[in-house]
Design a protein around this ligand. Structure first.
Ligand SMILES: O=c1nc2n(C[C@H](O)[C@H](O)[C@H](O)CO)c3cc(O)ccc3cc-2c(=O)[nH]1
Ligand SMILES: C[C@H]1O[C@@H](n2cnc3c(N)ncnc32)[C@H](O)[C@@H]1O
Ligand code: MET
Ligand code: SF4
Length: 414
């Protein structure tokens, strides 16, 4: 008979502060009923201690953002993804292969008028490796790669609108991150999962997606630490990973954070099936399991990690359960643009989100793309090129968002 630890026993050792191994984390992930309530209580207590320690007791943060889908072309084929498309479809719809710079600036400018301070660049991975149309589009405008174009678009947003870019373009090399660091205070890439099986085995969600090899993604996360880039990462819950694999993923993120101190927040995102994808028949992540994953992430990552879950992928009542499970951040929320990755899930109105957050006993508080600890002690973390842009939007006492609207501002030395 295999020895399996009970959730209650694992929780006891978590409470005692003992280091958690894969077996105990897996056991925590199975928590349901009274065990889940007890796990949530520990997670919430840790979150509260962490916020108290930085003088931010009672605050749940969000970033007011515009979503800029720079390109939906991609060399990968993730089975859960509705964002990805192909050149033929774009042409038939009369759309370009990429957004033009003036389209990017126009989105950012409309966002600035609504008080948005973040320009979230989310795009497909290296489409030029797969699609000649992407290569041609870039070449016609003098760009050799998508990431070169990302840089130019970030510069345009900074200089013409003052919004701060957060870059989420998938896999980047250390050299690419170094080139992008002067144009973005923060970047991110979801680990998704450490399960290699989901990448190597035919029929699994990451089969045929070279950028979803967990060995490649773990290297990106370590490189981001060496490059001292404030970095957002996380896991996608419910894409076919086992509980043990989910536990291993959380432990891997904790280890990466110990190595680099650069993981500014960890997103725990629930899979939501989309009708036009290969995984349309896979059930959405189950809510009890998802809440256990959020609370376990808090316990594994500790009081001082910022733990984020998006508010648009669950109901209002479930948002309250997320707060009860130890999150302290809703991530980027937009009053203007849809979540192009989950287009069927509109953002809650910001007043409604403030009410939901208040109902949990917390104050909804606006932050910038990079978490306060990096903005308040920018040495090595925030490139000096960005100093004026950050200073214009940042409250110098808290490192959170100031009550201002971004404005055009020259970028010196770029
Ligand atoms: O609207 C979304 N924002 C996503 N964001 C943005 C996030 O909500 C915020 O913009 C960041 O917390 C920075 O403030 C991501 C950022 C990353 O670095 C990595 C992954 C994601 C995933 C999403 C997503 O699926 N949808
Ligand atoms: C931008 C991030 O969005 C997440 N992502 C992609 N597709 C889905 C989906 N169907 N449901 C939930 N999250 C998704 C991935 O984790 C990706 O890295
Ligand atoms: C739309 S998915 C987000 C960006 C990137 N393609 C990734 O999967 O990491
Ligand atoms: S999730 Fe990202 S990498 Fe995967 S297909 Fe979609 S855009 Fe490409």
């Amino acid at each position: 008979m295999t020895h399996t630890l009970s959730a209650a026993t694992a929780l006891e050792s978590a409470r005692s502060g003992a280091p958690l191994d894969t077996e105990s984390v897996t056991a925590l992930l199975t928590s349901a009923g009274d065990d889940l309530v007890a796990l949530q209580a520990l997670a919430a207590q840790l979150r509260d201690e962490g916020l108290e320690a930085i003088g931010r007791a009672g605050q749940v943060t969000y970033s007011r953002k515009v979503f800029i889908p720079l390109t939906r072309l991609c060399r990968d084929r993730c089975h859960y993804c509705t964002f990805v498309t192909i050149p033929g479809k774009l042409s038939r719809a009369g759309q370009g292969m990429y957004l033009e710079l003036d389209e990017v600036v126009s989105l950012a400018r409309q966002g600035a008028a609504l008080g948005c301070k973040e320009a979230l660049f989310t795009l497909g991975d290296r489409p030029e490796d797969r699609w000649p149309q992407a290569r041609e589009w870039l070449a016609e405008r003098g760009f050799g790669s998508t990431l070169e174009y990302v840089r130019a678009a970030a510069v345009a947003v900074l200089t013409e609108t003052g919004l701060l870019p957060h870059l989420n373009p998938g896999v980047m090399s250390a050299q690419e991150m170094r080139e992008l660091k002067p144009v973005a205070p923060s970047m991110g890439m979801m680990l998704e999962t450490t399960s290699r099986r989901l990448f190597t085995d035919k029929g699994q969600p990451h089969y045929g997606s070279p950028d979803k090899d967990p060995l490649v993604r773990l290297q990106v996360l370590r490189d981001a630490g060496a490059e001292r880039v404030p970095f957002t990462t996380g896991i996608l819950v419910g894409i076919g990973e086992t509980l043990t694999e989910r536990a291993e993923s959380l432990l891997a993120l904790a280890e990466i954070q110990r190595g680099g101190g650069h993981i500014q927040e960890v997103i725990i995102q629930n899979f939501r099936a989309k009708p036009d994808t290969a995984m349309r028949g896979t059930p959405d992540a189950e809510m009890t399991e998802f809440l256990a994953a959020v609370a376990t992430a808090r316990v594994v990552l500790g009081a001082h990690m910022r733990v984020q879950a998006p508010p648009n992928l669950v109901s209002a009542a479930e948002c309250e359960a997320l707060v009860a499970s130890g999150i302290d951040d809703w991530g980027g929320v937009s009053p203007l643009t849809p979540d192009h990755v989950n287009p069927e899930r509109p953002w809650p109105n910001l007043d409604v989100l403030a009410e939901i957050t208040a109902g949990c006993g917390f104050t909804l508080t606006e932050r910038l793309t990079a978490q306060p600890r990096y903005l308040l002690d920018p040495q090595g973390w925030i490139d000096p090129t960005l100093t004026d842009h950050v200073a214009a939007l940042c409250d110098p006492k808290t490192g959170l968002a100031a009550d201002v609207k971004p404005t055009a501002r020259p970028l010196v030395g770029c």
